[in-house]
Design a protein around this ligand. Structure first.
Ligand SMILES: [Zn+2]
Length: 154
């Protein structure tokens, strides 16, 4: 799904390409989207591969059933009850890249609104059931996500 990029975002991408910023989780995605959509590497896949490479074992696509709701986190450490989500900047309304209602009201569709509300509800339901919830934006550096997960596990 190609998203229109504003100028600031385009400049950030160029800065990323020049190595001025740490590689974000979605680096592989934007690179691959230009080359070949079919080999599109999603941010959560990049994070899973890095964790696996470091020797961590986790479940993916596991349906966690809670009293209030059911949720499928991107990465689950079942024994430690840690749920990891990698949120897309657009669909989860990242404060840096998500479209805010004040600046671009027509972008703020009911779907986006529902996503954000669901994220809040899911976080509360998981935490209420004794889970640790770790959420990362796709723009965050991979190293940051790895460090946060490792300190939650250690
Ligand atoms: Zn973002």
């Amino acid at each position: 799904m190609p998203l229109s990029r504003d100028d600031a975002e385009a400049r950030r991408s160029q800065a990323h390409a020049k190595g001025l910023y740490p590689a974000p989780l979605n680096a592989g995605r934007s690179r691959n989207m230009q080359a070949n959509r079919r080999t599109d590497t999603k941010p959560e896949v990049i994070l899973r591969k890095a964790l696996h490479h470091l020797g961590y074992r986790y479940r993916k696509d596991l349906l966690v059933k809670l009293p209030e709701t059911r949720v499928r986190p991107d990465i689950v450490f079942t024994r430690r009850k840690i749920a990891v989500f990698v949120d897309g900047c657009f669909w989860h309304a990242c404060p840096q890249h998500g479209r805010q209602p004040t600046t671009n009201e027509w972008y703020w569709s009911p779907k986006l609104q529902r996503n954000v509300e669901r994220d809040t509800r899911v976080n509360a339901a998981l935490r209420g059931a004794g889970w640790t919830v770790l959420r990362f934006w796709e723009h965050e550096p991979l190293e940051t996500a790895l460090q946060t997960i490792r300190s939650a596990l250690d």
